[in-house]
Write a protein that binds this ligand. Sequence first.
Ligand SMILES: C[S@@+](CC[C@H](N)C(=O)[O-])C[C@H]1O[C@@H](n2cnc3c(N)ncnc32)[C@H](O)[C@@H]1O
Length: 203
Amino acid sequence: MSQNRTDLLATIIPEIDVINLEHPVDLQALFPGLPTVVDFGAGMGHHTVNLARDGYGVLAIDVHTPGICAIAQEVLDQELNNIRVHLGDGWALLTDVIAPGTVDELHVLFPDPWPKARHHKRRLIQSDFLTVALQVLTPVGTITVVTDDDSYADHVSSVVHNDERVAFVEPQREFAPTKYHERGLRLGHSIHRFTIGRLPQVN
Ligand SMILES: C[S@@+](CC[C@H](N)C(=O)[O-])C[C@H]1O[C@@H](n2cnc3c(N)ncnc32)[C@H](O)[C@@H]1O
């Protein structure tokens, strides 16, 4: 690992990793007055930084150390005080650390597609993931999923259509393309974008 990454991991990352805050972490209180977004699987952080520049309070999560280091570097270079990170598993963070009802939008951009049929159970978007997401979202909060994998898009449609708690809603705005988005376009792939909202529950 480069000396720069070692330094970031020892200095700024512990300061901005929400795991080091008292739990549960209320994202609305962390980013007062800003709409809150979780960028789940943030990769190298292009989407996180774009959102922060647009005035969102963003929590970027990834298990990938170089990506979280790149985000921490942007936080330093651009003096962005509306980004927090977590270096580690996002599922556990949402379940155990983030306060319920404090996330306006959960973004999952270009999730790992796991193309082989025997690996489909590893795909992030599953009914159990929706349960965890619905717990942290505000009552009108949404989940956005973007993929360039046709099979994954079919999978997302099927998970949502088979779940009585959620439905597809109109997307609110376009996002600037990430590296994976640009790669998908170069390869001639269709970009599938889904926004998922909570259905009113009938008792
Ligand atoms: C294909 S990349 C997409 C990166 C980014 N969203 C983009 O569009 O450029 C998927 C990312 O999800 C991360 N990831 C997968 N499962 C995760 C989990 N359970 N918790 C945190 N990150 C995860 C991977 O490490 C990887 O960086």
